[in-house]
Structure formats: structure tokens, C-alpha cells
Design a protein around this ligand. Structure first.
Ligand code: ADP
Length: 620
């Protein structure tokens, strides 16, 4: 590759080279661009640019700009990039890291690629809390997230558990990994085997300490993890997709079980690309099945050769993904409710999430973390001489990220009103010609009649996981969504995220909770206790009870009122009771109307049975 170099501050040479040495291979425009003449009945006629292409505003796309641009190029002429925004608005807005709450005129009627609050929800501390709540309710289902403690709040708890583990199994060596809450790309991470080794990251800077999975599956004697992409397209009804292609990221030093000698070997224990790319052993291969970064499907082929049951492994991973996304939804609904009730209108949101999964040697998938803003970089800098870099395209990134973005755009694109007249299709919405029929067609439908080759190009890399594949199987884990609904309902403060004392009291009164085993005074004390506990953990100066605190208060009430076997049963019983009482008093939005559920296994809830009978009477 030809490259010229510019001297940068500090004497470092920076290349001024064409960024792309080649156009993406196998990706060709799929709505008639390059090969239109071969399939069009009107070979000689040039296809005109549609009058109303689907517009994508990329002015805030930043580091994802290149991949969006390439995806749009492949999508062809019925799509248009709007790089500087426009007054009349666009169909889709592509933001870089965060949901940008802006005054853009068209934003609120459009689709935006970020959910408000998602970045905060998937941060390490918040994710650990969410997974902790789910594990309390469903201990067997949520054992895929390594046991974790929040630092510094849960330091003593962590130290006590480590001591008791050491007593129980003195011979077993246990290691832990500390990860700063606001860290990314391996920054600030370290391993330890003794709680006393926790440094300022953990004691001063908020962090998570997690059980270290010390028996990872190795390939070529190296540890690797998987970056898996999930596209969340709607909250109500809940819908998400899995990208069939993902990325395996390898360590650059051969793996050894953790010991005091190798704890600090980052290239052995951390799979982050951002760290390992600095290693001399990092291999940027042209082949997507070789090197330090590979496609997930190439890994499946390799593991299959070694006798791994890939279809079972994929199923196990899909289940972990489903349960993970379902765990995030209640918090996300609380965030969305706050945005909506603040009086603002909300655009319809979608988001690509990057899930990092580690496989253990016995093929159990573990969730390590979730990225709300996974990297969309397609290129890398290759050092050709000391301080001299060449900018090259990574075939693996290209193979995964362009189809991912392209198929996500196709998935969320708006349905257009198209006016058809005989064989031709034109966009003339205001026509009064009686021969013209106006139909609602998505662009996908328009392309149905094209050649098999076109149809193959249209095959999506995204597969609907929920509800299509796992909707029925995992409906039962959606308990916290019901609690989130109660929280939102009694929140009181428009646009707020904290419930006040009055809201909490109203909740217990309207749900008639103070009648059996719970006095009004104990409700007040519970509220104060929970506010104190949770505000100490989130010292942001905002008063009131956060959603996590409400969930804990709800569990405490369930514990006191019901005598089920598990916490899950008690919580479901309490939810049924609350919903029964509320159902009698309020007009529910159709999608949230509580369903009548089976009677819980409780012996002492005369109150519940009384209400239930009343409700059944009402329903009959
Ligand atoms: P970051 O956001 O900084 O990348 P991660 O949670 O992804 O933080 O951790 C970085 C790397 O550390 C992971 O890619 C993985 O290789 C390793 N790692 C993280 N947690 C664990 C764990 N519990 N057990 C084993 N390895 C882990």
C-alpha cells in the first residue's frame, strides 16, 4: 500500500494514506445498484433514484460513521445518508455512544439507535445489581454471571465470603478479578486471591470484584472470549434478535491457571483486543479463521472438528443471551417511563448491544459484560517501522459489522406508503388518479420478486430470539417487569426515577398491603431503611427510593406476608395480590392489563383469597 507520512507533535509519524485499500468484498448493493441491468425487464432504462428514500441522519455517528456509510452503500439507492442533518427530519438517527436528547425537529417521529439510560444500566456495578436481583429470584437460571460483589460497599461481605469459602475448601485456590465500574477495554483490571490486596480501584473508585473463571476453554492453548451482538428493536412488545456472526478475541500469551506468579500477565488473562493488539504476538490475519481475532462461525467449525456439539453450545449461549436481555428490561422500562412522563415525546428506539461471553472448559457460557456501544471500527493501525503506522482494513471486522449494521437498518426501517400504478411503482402519495392504489409496503416487500440471488443477499444475519424462539420458555422470568410497572405507576414525580414516601405509602394503601402482617408504621420504617441503604450506594444527592430499592422493599413485604417456599413464589403471590387490587380500581393500558394467574402456594393469605374470589366474581 502506498502511504505518505505526516510528522505529528512529539515527532510521531502519522500516515496520510487512503483509509480503505479495497471495497468490501462479497457485499454488493442489494436493491438494484450494480447488477440491475441483468434482472430488470427494462434493461435499457436507468433506474431512477426513489423520490423518498429512507434517510439516515449520521451527524452524530462519530466512530460508527464509516460502517454505517458502508452499510448504506450496500443497501443501495433506496437509502440515503444525511450527514449534516436536515430540518424536515430523517427516518433513522444513528448516534454514537449515547441517546442524544436534542431539539432536532424530526427526532421524535423517527427511530433512534439508542435507548435512553442503556449506557448506565449495563455498567458493571448496575449490571451486577441487576444480575444479583435475578439470581435471588431464579438461582438456577441466573448462575451464568460469575459471583460478584460491589466495591467498596460490599467489601466486608466479600471478605467474609472468601474466608468462609477458604474454611470450607482450604485446598481450593480461588481467584478474583477487580473491574472498575467506569472502566472499559481492560483499563484498571487486576486479579487477586486475597481481599486485602484490593487497591484504590475498589476501595476508592467504584468497582466490581468477581469470581475469576479459571478454567476457560482454550484453543491453541490460548484463552478467548466471544463478542456476540444482540439487536433490541422494541420494549413493548419485547423483541430482540441475535446476530448469527460474532467475534472471538484471543489472548496473545499461552494460558496457565492463575497463580501468584502470573496474576499480572495481562496478555494471558485478559482477552481485550485493545490490550492484546500491543503484544508482539498479536496476529492480524487475512483469513477470518486465523489469527488473534476470528469470526464466531469459524470457531464453531474448529470446535466441531474437535467433537464439540455446536448446536447444543449455541442453544446454551442463546439462553444466556435471552435471560440477560430479559434482566435488563425492567430497568430500561423505568428509564423510558421517566423520559416519557417528563412530558417529552419519545422516538422509537432500537439498539445493538455487544455481549461478552466466556466459555469454560466444560462448555458453560458465562456472561462477562455488556457493551451498550460496541466498537464499530473496521480498521487497525499496523506499525511498519518504529513510530510509522499503516492503516489497514480488518477482514474479520468487515465480515461481521457491515452486515450487522445493514440488517439492523433493514429491520427497523419505516414502512412507506407507496402508490402503485399497473406494473410501475412510484411514490406519489397525493395522487388523485383512480387507477393508482396506495398500499403500505415495506421496502423488503418490494424486493420480494427479485431474483434468487437478490433474495440470498437479503437473507438476514439477524435471527429473532424473542419472542419467536424463546418467548414462551422465558415468560416466567419477567417478574421484575411487573414490579417495574408498579414502581412507575406509583412513582408520583413526573420524569423522576425515585419514589417518595407518599408514593410508597399510596402503593401499600392501594394494594391493601397494610391489612395482614404489615402495619402502616412498619411500611414507613421499611421505606426509610431502603432509602438509606440505596442512597448510600448511589450517592447522587437525589432523595427518594430508586427502583432497586423498591424491588428490595417489595421482596421484604413478600417475605413478611406470604409463606411460599421460595422468594420467587412469595414475590409472585404479592404481585398477584397487588394487581388484583389495582385491577379493581384503575383503567389499565391494554398491554399491561394484569392477567389472572394461578393461585400461589400460600397457606395464610386469607386476604389474598378473599380478593381473588371478588376478582373472579367480577370477571365472570
Ligand atoms: P472491560 O470492559 O474493561 O473490557 P471486561 O469485563 O470485559 O472489562 O473484562 C476484560 C477481560 O477480562 C475480559 O475480556 C476477559 O478476558 C477477562 N475477564 C473478565 N471477567 C472475567 C472473569 N470473571 N473470569 C475470567 N476472565 C474474566
Amino acid at each position: 500500500m502506498n502511504a505518505t507520512f505526516a510528522m505529528k507533535a512529539g515527532g510521531k509519524l502519522e500516515p496520510i494514506i487512503p483509509r480503505r485499500s479495497k471495497t468490501p468484498k462479497s457485499h454488493t448493493p442489494d436493491d438494484g445498484g450494480g447488477d440491475r441491468c441483468m434482472h430488470s425487464p427494462h434493461r435499457s432504462r436507468r433506474r431512477r433514484r426513489p423520490k423518498n428514500p429512507i434517510t439516515v441522519d449520521t451527524c452524530k455517528a462519530k466512530s460508527s460513521l464509516e460502517v454505517v456509510r458502508l452499510a448504506l452503500k450496500e443497501l443501495g439507492w433506496s437509502w440515503k445518508e444525511v450527514p449534516y442533518g436536515r430540518k424536515s427530519g430523517c427516518d433513522i438517527y444513528w448516534h454514537s455512544a449515547y441517546f442524544h436528547d436534542s431539539d432536532e425537529p424530526g427526532l421524535y417521529n423517527a427511530k433512534v439507535n439508542k435507548f435512553p439510560g442503556m449506557v448506565e444500566i449495563v455498567r458493571k456495578v448496575s449490571l451486577t445489581r441487576i444480575m444479583g436481583q435475578m439470581r435471588n429470584l431464579f438461582p438456577d437460571e441466573y448462575d451464568f454471571y460469575p459471583r460478584s460483589w460491589i466495591l467498596p460497599d460490599q467489601y466486608h461481605h466479600f471478605a467474609a465470603e472468601v474466608a468462609s469459602m477458604a474454611k470450607e475448601t482450604p485446598k481450593q485456590k480461588r481467584f478474583f478479578i477487580v473491574k472498575p465500574d467506569d472502566g472499559a477495554q481492560g483499563e484498571g483490571i487486576y486479579l487477586l486471591n486475597n481481599p486485602q490486596s484490593i487497591t484504590s480501584i475498589g476501595m476508592v473508585r467504584s468497582a466490581v470484584v468477581q469470581e475469576y473463571i479459571s478454567n476457560p476453554l482454550l484453543v491453541e492453548r490460548k484463552k478467548f472470549d466471544l463478542r456476540i451482538y444482540v439487536v433490541l428493536t422494541s420494549l413493548d412488545p419485547l423483541k430482540f434478535y441475535l446476530c448469527k456472526e460474532g467475534m472471538a478475541r484471543f489472548c496473545t500469551e499461552q494460558y496457565q491457571a492463575p497463580s501468584m506468579k502470573n496474576l499480572h500477565h495481562t496478555y494471558m488473562h485478559l482477552t481485550n483486543y485493545s490490550l492484546n493488539k500491543h503484544s508482539d504476538n498479536f496476529i492480524h490475519a487475512d483469513n477470518v479463521a486465523k489469527g488473534s481475532k476470528r469470526t464466531m462461525t469459524s470457531m464453531w467449525a474448529l470446535l466441531q472438528e474437535k467433537g464439540v456439539d455446536i448446536s447444543q453450545l449455541c442453544k446454551d449461549i442463546e439462553k444466556v443471551i435471552c435471560k440477560t436481555i430479559l434482566a435488563l428490561i425492567p430497568e430500561l422500562k423505568v428509564q423510558m417511563h421517566a423520559e416519557l412522563s417528563s412530558g417529552k415525546s419519545m422516538p422509537s428506539c432500537f439498539q445493538i448491544l455487544g455481549l461478552d461471553i466466556l466459555l469454560s472448559s466444560d462448555l458453560k457460557p458465562y456472561l462477562l459484560e455488556i457493551n451498550a456501544n460496541p466498537s464499530y471500527r473496521l480498521d487497525y493501525d499496523h506499525e511498519v517501522a518504529p513510530g510509522v503506522y499503516e492503516n489497514l482494513i480488518s477482514p474479520v471486522d468487515e465480515e461481521i459489522k457491515i452486515p450487522l449494521v445493514k440488517d439492523t437498518l433493514r429491520l427497523v426501517k419505516p414502512v412507506r406508503r407507496i402508490t402503485t400504478k399497473s406494473a410501475s411503482i412510484s411514490a406519489r402519495p397525493n395522487s388523485t388518479d383512480p387507477d393508482e392504489i396506495t398500499v403500505e409496503v415495506s421496502q423488503l416487500d418490494l424486493d420480494e420478486n427479485k431474483s434468487p440471488r437478490h433474495r440470498k443477499q437479503k437473507e438476514s444475519c439477524l435471527e429473532e430470539l424473542f419472542p419467536a424462539k424463546y418467548g414462551e420458555q422465558y415468560e416466567f422470568v419477567r417478574i421484575l417487569e411487573r414490579i417495574a410497572f408498579l414502581f412507575n405507576h406509583f412513582l408520583g414525580v413526573r420524569g423522576g426515577l425515585r419514589m417518595g414516601a407518599t408514593g410508597f405509602r399510596t402503593f401499600t394503601r392501594r394494594c391493601k398491603l397494610c391489612t395482614f402482617g404489615l402495619s402502616t408504621a412498619s411500611v414507613d420504617i421499611l421505606f426509610i431503611d431502603m432509602v438509606r441503604k440505596w442512597n448510600a450506594m448511589n450517592p447522587d444527592g437525589i432523595s427518594g427510593l430508586c427502583f432497586d430499592g423498591f424491588v428490595e422493599a417489595f421482596s421484604v413485604i413478600a417475605y413478611r406476608k406470604f409463606r411460599g417456599i421460595t422468594l420467587q413464589e412469595k414475590v409472585v403471590s404479592l404481585l398477584d395480590l397487588c394487581e388484583c387490587h389495582l385491577n379493581a380500581g384503575i383503567v389499565w393500558p391494554p398491554q399491561r392489563r394484569p392477567r389472572v394467574r394461578r393461585l400461589p402456594r400460600v397457606q395464610d393469605s386469607n386476604e389474598y383469597l378473599k380478593v381473588r374470589k371478588q376478582m373472579q366474581g367480577l370477571e365472570n
